[in-house]
Write a protein that binds this ligand. Structure first.
Ligand SMILES: Nc1ncnc2c1ncn2[C@@H]1O[C@H](COP(=O)(O)OP(=O)(O)OP(=O)(O)O)[C@@H](O)[C@H]1O
Ligand SMILES: [Mg+2]
Length: 370
């Protein structure tokens, strides 16, 4: 029983007192009786409305505006994502298209999209989820859950709250603040299976109770991404053998050959392989990262020589198994001496080349450009 529900004895005494008062009024001033009933009815209607609104707020109801979601159009978001996430164009197209369809069909009990991104390290899985979140709702942070922190079945409490606990769960609490979010379950292959089971209802876009506050959380305004490394080789082999059948067979391949649970994979609308990046795409990413490193120092890169890019790709290939995870560090090592030099000279726009004799990156004069 809620703490603010009156005790039955109190209600009985109130009824007796009210009945007595009404009888007295009926005998002494019967003309007031209808007014008393009208006022009582207005009071009751107001009370019922107030209780319903309180309950709805407590349940977290009415917060996902499905009508507004159905009106959302993604337009050119795909191009913006592809400018940042290189070498994964088909995946970006598939995801943007699926989210647009999810938005058009937005309704309770169904998430806007749920994507399992499988691939080796450093191919842009986490990055793609973050860029999609930025494109979709630039003003909101995605909910990023590092699933390797949930290795014990008890850890589900951290996500959904704990009975009698003071703090809401990290997932449910974030959704209570704003239910239209991108939720990233990063590295799901590293958490306890029971934790994943506890998230099935959420992944389906259903409603889950935050155990600390007892409020219901609606997941029908969410886009889910889950990332993992396990199974990437199997999916690569499947893609090479039967590219046209990939979408249809990916789920079965992960269940049979990579030990994934059928019920878990059933939660995802799309399973995607984000495979190792080709050297051309590594060069494009190097371009972006070099420009970013200089821009952070207030300097623009006006020109970047092909020799320098080739050097960057060659350096990155020494850490091949890490994808482009080590690329930023390799570039920093190449760029740091030049950044210092350009800062001393007060240059605002630089041309960058590579001197094979020195084996180092150099600042070029405009006349030196090919
Ligand atoms: N395809 C890409 N396009 C542009 N930048 C990329 C791409 N892939 C990776 N990067 C860069 O590398 C960084 C690390 O990538 P990310 O964290 O997405 O790798 P991951 O695939 O999630 O790897 P892991 O499996 O180890 O978690 C990103 O922050 C980004 O700067
Ligand atoms: Mg990652």
């Amino acid at each position: 029983m809620k703490a603010n529900t009156p005790h039955p004895l109190f209600i009985m005494m109130a009824v007796v007192a009210l009945g007595g008062a009404l009888l007295t009024v009926k005998q002494r001033a019967p003309e007031f009786l209808p007014w008393i009933f009208v006022l009582a009815a207005i009071g009751m209607i107001y009370r019922v409305w107030a209780v319903q609104s309180e309950d709805a707020a407590a349940r977290g109801e009415g917060q996902v505006d499905h009508e507004a979601l159905r009106r959302m159009r993604l337009g050119d978001y795909g191009s913006w994502i592809k400018e940042n996430v290189r070498g994964q164009d088909p995946t970006v197209d598939l995801i943007v298209h699926a989210i647009q369809r999810g938005l058009e069909l937005a309704r309770p009990g169904r998430s806007l999209g749920s994507f399992l991104l499988v691939g080796p390290t450093g191919t842009g899985k986490t990055f793609l989820a973050q860029m999609t979140a930025m494109a979709l709702w630039p003003e909101k942070e995605p909910v990023v859950l590092r699933m390797n922190q949930f290795k014990d079945p008890q850890d589900l409490q951290g996500l959904l709250g704990v009975l009698g606990g003071a703090d809401t769960g990290s997932l449910t609490g974030a959704l209570l603040e704003d239910p239209c979010r991108v939720v990233l379950l990063d590295e799901i292959d590293k958490c306890h299976p029971d934790v994943l089971h506890g998230l099935f209802e959420a992944l389906d876009g259903g409603r889950v109770r935050d155990r600390s506050s007892s409020k219901m959380v609606d997941f029908s305004g969410c886009v889910f991404f889950a990332t993992c490394n396990a199974g990437a080789e199997r999916l690569r082999a499947l893609k090479a053998a039967a590219p046209a059948a990939f979408a249809a067979k990916a789920r079965d391949t992960l269940i049979k050959d990579a030990g994934y649970e059928k019920a878990f994979l059933a939660r995802f609308s799309e399973i995607v392989l984000m495979d190792a990046l080709a050297p051309l795409h590594v060069a494009e990413i190097a371009c972006l990262q070099i420009a970013k490193q200089w821009r952070e120092q207030g300097i623009e890169v006006g020109y970047l020589s092909p020799e320098l890019l080739a050097k960057a790709v060659a350096l990155n290939s020494e850490f091949g198994e890490y994808g482009v995870r080590q690329l930023a560090r390799c570039l920093r090592r190449l760029m740091d001496p030049l950044l210092e030099q350009a800062r001393r000279q007060g240059t605002k726009v630089v041309s960058l080349g590579f001197d094979p004799a020195k084996g180092a990156a150099v600042l070029m004069l405009p006349s030196e450009r090919a």
